[in-house]
Design a protein around this ligand. Structure first.
Ligand code: CMC
Length: 407
């Protein structure tokens, strides 16, 4: 059997060498390709950060212009994909629709299909064949361009409204807001509110990557089989859908609604300390200090509330954060607000329905997934399939018993 290290939930296992994102959980540091998240939130934009994460360097002016134009040229989806999304029940969870949409997109990109040319494509790209690399990168453009279109289609299905056509000449998040909400017409073309567009863009920068989190580990696991990137991203979506990962911002708002008012915070915290409840939006596998993303989001929240009006749950949230900060239980376990504690308050103020919050996480996280997937595909020495081992603790050999003779 050989020597095996038992490491449930990968608490202590490093599975990749990566140049993409650096996290120091003890000091609360997060950097993309060396750049502090705080600087990127303030000075960069989502698409520029996407380029940085995927290709390793900030783009030159010309590279950035080309990149923006190429992404916006890949925003349309085939009408059969629209037909697929329309076939869902009106009350389907948008994450189910998004996951299915990405998986289906793979059928429309035969050049990346593993049963045809895909495997050779990745191998050739890794050994420096520029044509293959171009085809590989084209899949990235398609996924990034189409992610908001699929997400918005899932949103509008819930409302029984027709899908909007992607718009040209808007930012990534501006186009997303257009796809979500307003039809617009020639006389009054749609213009997203600049403060809300900027806030969503900054939230997208914050959510773009977070090294080998649950969904990115899933992406790498699935990618290691050399399947196409559409299936890889669909697998990432499935992992992100879970309440311990991308579903936490939705759960945090539900929890705040249940608490109801600042006066009820002490009783709720007593339940947390008695381990009857989990304080959603607190704690993190890596951060044992303040999550720097939550600090950046807290500042954005004020700008958004100045436009939308103050979220009625904010007072309860602030009281909860204050109480949790003073709780010996929380301090002993290094439990601080994470990215999901404040993001839901912003989404709610902007009018997004609760079950759309994981989608607002998944769309920008496609960038991180694809950056890690590209790094994996192009790794020198090729891709080794991921195959963890187990410690078997079941029965020893047993004799089969016929059904009528079983106790
Ligand atoms: N509320 C109350 N107690 C907690 C919490 C919490 N939110 N998080 C951890 N603990 C306790 C836990 O019970 C354990 O106590 P003890 O040592 O006495 O048994 C201790 O703290 C260590 O927790 P853990 O479960 O070993 O920590 P983990 O690294 O396995 O879990 C986590 C990380 C994020 C799943 C967890 O903190 C949690 O469930 N938080 C609430 C859900 C949430 O906000 N998730 C979003 C994470 S950030 C965004 C993302 O990555 O998607």
């Amino acid at each position: 059997q050989g020597l095996r290290v038992y490491d449930p939930a990968y608490m202590n296992t490093a599975v990749v060498q990566s140049k993409i994102t650096y996290i120091n959980g003890l000091e609360g540091i997060l950097r993309y390709r060396g750049y502090p998240i705080e600087q990127l939130v303030q000075k960069s934009s989502f698409l520029e950060t996407a380029y940085l994460l995927i290709y390793g360097e900030l783009p030159t002016e010309m590279q950035y212009a080309d990149w923006q134009s190429e992404v916006s040229q890949h925003t349309f989806v085939h009408t059969d994909i629209e037909g697929l999304l329309k076939s869902f029940r009106y009350d389907s969870h948008p994450m189910s629709m998004l996951t299915a949409g990405f998986a289906a997109l793979g059928a429309f990109a035969p050049e990346a299909n593993p049963s045809l040319r895909g495997q050779k494509l990745f191998t050739a790209a890794a050994s420096g064949d520029m044509d293959s690399l171009k085809v590989l990168d084209k899949q990235i453009l398609r996924i990034l361009g189409k992610a908001p279109t699929l997400a918005a289609a899932a949103y509008r299905m819930r409302q029984g409204r027709p899908f909007n056509r992607p718009a040209q000449g808007l930012s990534y998040t501006g186009n997303f807001l257009h796809l979500l909400d307003t039809l617009g017409d020639a006389a009054t073309p749609y213009a997203p509110h600049p403060v809300l567009e900027h806030a969503l863009d900054a939230l997208f920068v914050i959510h773009a990557d977070h090294e080998v989190n649950c969904s990115t580990a899933t992406v790498l696991q699935v990618g290691s089989s050399l399947v196409d990137p559409y299936s890889v991203v669909a697998a990432g979506c499935a992992a992100l859908y879970g309440p311990s990962h991308g579903g936490a911002s939705e759960s945090a708002i539900r929890m705040l609604m249940e608490i109801g008012s600042p006066a009820n915070v002490p009783a709720f915290m007593r339940d947390v300390e008695a381990r009857k409840r989990v304080l959603v939006g607190f704690g993190h596998r890596v951060y044992k200090n303040v999550d720097p993303r939550s600090t950046a989001i807290r500042h954005l929240a004020d700008a958004v509330f100045a436009v939308t009006g103050r979220n009625a749950l904010l007072d309860t949230a602030l009281e909860l954060a204050r109480y949790a900060g003073e709780s010996a239980f929380m301090r002993a376990r290094n439990l601080y607000p994470n990215v999901d504690f404040y993001s839901g308050l912003i989404y709610q103020a902007m009018g997004f329905p609760l079950d759309f919050y994981p989608v607002l996480f998944a769309v920008p996280r496609c960038v991180g997934w694809l950056a890690h997937w590209r790094q994996q595909m192009l790794a020198p020495g090729g891709v080794k399939i991921w195959r963890p081992r187990q410690l078997y603790v079941g029965s020893g050999e047993r004799e089969y018993v016929e059904v009528g003779a079983r106790a």
